[in-house]
Ligand binder design. Sequence first.
Ligand code: ADP
Length: 188
Amino acid sequence: MRRCEMLKEKKEKFKNIGKVAIYPGSFDPITYGHIDVVERALEIFDKVIVAIAENEEKRPLFSVEERLGMVKAIFKETPNVMVDSFKGLLVDYVAKTNAKVSLRGLRATSDFEYEFHMASMNRSLSPQLDTLFMMTSKDYFFVSSRTIKEVARLGGGVEGLVPDLVVRRLREKFKLPVTKRKQIGWDD
Ligand code: ADP
């Protein structure tokens, strides 16, 4: 096929792509790295659905209700952002929406392998679903929910890396007495 024909075909394909993107993840908790991805995606899509995965196997620090509450509060003045949660396969959740794109962020080459496998698996489960990757911004390339939790647990400051609401929620969580923390399994 000639290059111009290929481009035409591609253009047709992208013309029909819904302008809704799903941004799935644990968001345990949401960070400015995530928020930056959403804000940049809003330049491309009409609507971004932040879809919080309910995956108890990951033993999240915040319950899905707590994560929903935080993310909703953070985007309450951004009308083009919808916040939802889902259980099970992403492709099954996406099928219930009119999105055709799953949005993911990439920080380092270490993210790449996992993301590449997930995107390929999702594509194999649902050929209609494309994954779009956004590179992290220079200010947030080192920010992950995991390191934020580690630092906050040890009493370090995470201001400027997560919204103030999240800073407060982390403080509340880690203020619990050690016995209670052990009871609910945080220190395992
Ligand atoms: P998951 O548990 O599904 O990886 P996360 O909440 O950790 O969920 O991340 C959701 C997505 O956001 C992932 O694609 C992750 O690579 C991306 N992400 C997380 N932190 C950042 C960041 N600082 N910059 C860009 N993308 C990020």
